[in-house]
Design a protein around this ligand. Structure first.
Ligand SMILES: Nc1ncnc2c1ncn2[C@@H]1O[C@H](COP(=O)(O)OP(=O)(O)OP(=O)(O)O)[C@@H](O)[C@H]1O
Ligand SMILES: [Mg+2]
Length: 457
């Protein structure tokens, strides 16, 4: 903050003079007002803090307080009163005074209070500007794509963001933009000032996930030394993003359903029903309908979530978006890496359009990143791109044998292969498998691969 400005309002000149001396000495800029009317006029010019005498010649101090708070909610007001009654103090706080001081004023106490108050303002401003920066990245135009399917999805997202809808389901293959869509729904909604909380259901074992989500009371389980509010409470007024909802266990699914339907929940080990105002955005890259059929996902929860589904189509079904997305990412990475790459040749675009993109937009983004990094010319050529096999998606490489496979075992085997190939580097292994960090960590734990030898058996 530049030199903080303090507005001193008191009808006694001597008091104003004393306060000015002391405050200026402490490094503040001081404005003086002798009446309520003057105070209101000066407040218009801006101040960080107001020291307001309760008894003024023209207006009632509480009245001035209310007007200042109405017009300048950011200004902190400390009320100064000679009639130190509890009623006055209570009334002052109710009308938004930050604190009050008794006359005669103890100058040391005053300076201490002023320092604290200004620190509060500074922090508030910092949080506000951080929030603004955070949300600036997640407007609707961050979602690139002009294909009819994407236009429809964007239109739906816009409607949902602006609506009071409390539950949304995002469906789409890995890398189609579910994370991005969830953030846009939050930051383009009336909840943008609230918190966006994000949890990956597959990343935690059931009991931990439950206490993360719903919180727990002290002593609810061995490690619960303190009471802890869950994400739902922390996000009151905001949004909770439940990623990989398809992996949630059925006991938790039941609790989530109760929350979605009745808007109430209990902390783990708690008996009180708590209420919060939270929008739940759930996402899955699974076919939930199939999960319902095989009884891995509760039908009632599925129908509750399905009230507002948004499907993000795979990239191979909207080839028209490949060129727009690629150009967008080229510009982004050229800026980031300070390289003079201006676009793609027509051949390069044709090659990208012919490819199947099993990892969808994420894969395209990564491919462009690599190409821009290594590019020598001003336009990217077909050979600048390293794509995972000609035209084929994962399904072409793995044909289901007539006898079927043990999917779990196959999964474990692929995770092991990926870890071996990358020398145990989970981040790189995750990339090979098109997983995110939480997803690979979950699988490493599930299959007990923490101590995997880097190579051999
Ligand atoms: N339409 C789009 N426009 C611009 N960027 C996009 C778009 N879709 C996805 N992306 C970008 O692609 C990357 C992957 O997207 P995201 O993480 O949202 O996918 P996801 O659907 O959540 O995948 P997963 O199921 O693996 O979690 C992100 O960097 C995201 O910003
Ligand atoms: Mg995601």
């Amino acid at each position: 903050m530049a030199r903080p400005r303090i507005l001193v309002v008191d009808d006694e000149r001597l008091i104003r003079w004393t306060l000015r001396e002391r405050l200026e000495e402490a490094g503040y800029a001081v404005l003086e007002a002798g009446t309520g009317t003057e105070a209101l006029a000066l407040a218009e010019e801006g101040a960080d803090l107001v020291l307001l005498d309760f008894k003024l010649p023209d207006l009632d101090g509480l009245n001035v307080l209310r007007q200042i708070r109405d017009r300048h909610p950011e200004m902190i007001v400390i009320l100064i009163t000679a009639l130190a009654t509890v009623e006055n103090a209570v009334e002052a706080m109710k009308r938004g005074a930050w604190h009050y001081l008794n006359k005669p004023i103890d100058l040391d106490e005053l300076l201490l209070l002023v320092g604290k108050a200004l620190e509060t303002t500074r922090l508030r401003r910092e949080v506000k500007s951080l929030k603004a920066k955070e949300s600036a990245g997640y407007s609707f135009d961050r979602i690139i794509g002009e294909s009819p399917a994407m236009r429809a999805a964007k239109e739906l997202l816009r409607k949902i963001a602006l609506s009071p809808a409390s539950t949304v389901l995002l469906v789409g293959e890995s890398g189609t933009g579910k994370d991005l869509a969830a953030k846009v729904i939050h930051y383009e909604s009336a909840r943008a000032d609230g918190v966006f909380q994000n949890i990956t259901c597959s990343a935690l074992p059931e009991s931990l996930l439950e206490s993360e989500l719903f919180g727990h009371e002290r002593g609810a389980f061995t490690d619960a030394k303190q009471q802890k509010p869950g994400l739902l409470e922390q996000a009151d007024g905001g949004t909770v993003f439940l990623d990989e909802i398809g992996e949630m266990t059925s006991a938790l699914q039941a609790k989530l359903l109760r929350f979605l339907e009745e808007k109430t929940f209990r902390r783990v080990g708690g008996t009180a029903d708590l209420q919060v105002d939270v929008r739940v955005v759930a996402a899955t890259n699974r076919n939930l309908e199939e999960h319902v059929r095989s009884e891995r996902f509760r039908e009632d929860l599925y129908y509750r979530l399905r009230v507002l589904p948004v499907t993000l189509p795979p990239l191979r079904e909207r080839t028209g978006d490949v060129a727009v997305l690629a150009s967008h990412f080229v510009a982004q990475y050229a800026r980031e890496f300070r390289k003079g790459v201006w676009g793609l040749t027509a051949d390069a675009i044709r090659r990208l359009e012919a490819y199947g993109w099993p990892g969808n937009v994420r894969e395209l983004k990564n491919a462009v990143e690599r190409a821009v990094l290594l590019a020598e010319g001003e336009r990217l050529l077909p050979e600048d791109f390293l794509l995972g096999g000609a035209g084929g998606g994962a399904a072409d490489a793995f044909r289901l044998p007539p006898a079927g496979v043990d999917l779990e075992e196959l999964e474990r085997d692929l995770v092991v292969q990926a870890l071996r190939r990358t020398g145990g580097n989970q981040t790189q292994a995750a990339r090979l498998l098109h997983l995110n960090r939480d997803q690979i960590r979950y699988r490493v734990e599930k299959f007990g691969l923490e101590k995997l030898e880097p190579s051999g058996h």
